[in-house]
Design a protein. Structure first.
Length: 284
């Protein structure tokens, strides 16, 4: 499933090609995604100009504005789900299976493909209020690259939100209410870099260790973005290239292999139906 690094790689990939472009029309071939795609999406978006391409958590936010002075503007929310991709391709590019939505921008098309149809393409008009206050975004945790999570502020933030929590620290990270974007791969890697056992109760971890963890989260996610994200099954970036972060992980998917730091065999356990990888010597 694409996580924050993969979504950010996609956002950066499409941004230069779509900013300032006028939407000629929208083609919806499949409305049956996780939530139905509005069959009137063409009517609502045609003629608008793409102003910005942002991200909140795992949502790509395509801000669209009217050029005629009307109040038709809004934000197109795109979530890649488990297998989604969002790419800019020439309008003449032949269709593939699972090409569900096209936003036509003249000679180019912003194309959403999703084999398992667990993604989202949702229009949020300005008339419905600020996008940050929408039901899908308002409960998301802090962004890991925001000033609120920089330096010691990140450790302080995690420390106070974790007080009294008996849930394991890895599950605390995955929950998304403290910080967004730390998916399964990146939680395992961040905890290794911070030298924290993923089974430890979140509420029992000291502030100084959360300072290390906050730094490790930012470091891990930044490195993953620089390497194009992680490609385990279906993910490719906006240019069709696979990510390669997974080739250099310290613990993820390395069960039984020697730790890159101390040589101890990496262990794997199940937490919340997901595999957790850790070094029993380095992470205590």
């Amino acid at each position: 499933m694409p996580e924050l690094p993969e979504v950010e790689v996609t956002r950066r990939g499409i941004e230069p090609s779509v900013i300032g472009q006028r939407i000629e029309h929208v083609v919806v071939r499949q409305t049956g995604l996780r939530e139905p795609v509005d069959p009137r999406l063409d009517e609502k978006l045609s003629g608008l100009k793409i102003e910005t391409v942002g991200r909140r958590g795992k949502f790509i936010l395509i801000r669209c504005v009217a050029t005629d002075g009307s109040a038709r503007g809004g934000t197109l929310l795109v979530h890649l789900g488990m297998t989604g991709t969002l790419r800019v391709v020439p309008a003449t590019t032949p269709l593939r299976a699972h090409d569900h939505v096209d936003v036509v921008l003249g000679a180019r098309v912003l194309r959403f493909n999703d084999a398992r149809r667990f993604g989202l393409v949702i229009w949020h008009p300005d008339a419905d209020g600020d996008i940050e206050g929408s039901a899908r975004l308002r409960r998301l945790g802090v962004e890991p690259f925001s000033p609120a999570f920089a330096g010691e502020a990140g450790g302080r933030h995690l420390f106070w939100l974790s007080r009294g929590r008996a849930v394991a620290v890895k599950q605390f990270l995955l929950g998304g209410e403290a910080v967004v974007g730390v998916g399964n791969i990146y939680a395992s890697e961040s905890l290794f870099r911070a030298r924290i056992d993923p089974r430890t109760a979140a509420g029992r971890i000291a502030r100084v260790r959360y300072d290390r963890l906050a730094h490790a989260v930012r470091e891990t996610l930044a490195e993953a973005i620089a390497k194009g994200g992680s490609t385990l099954r279906d993910f490719v970036g906006a240019d069709g290239a696979s990510g390669y972060f997974q080739l250099d992980t310290f613990v993820y998917d390395r069960a039984g292999l020697p730790c890159r730091v101390c040589g101890t065999p990496i262990r794997t356990i199940r937490q919340g139906q997901r595999s957790t990888f850790f070094c029993p010597h380095c992470q205590r």
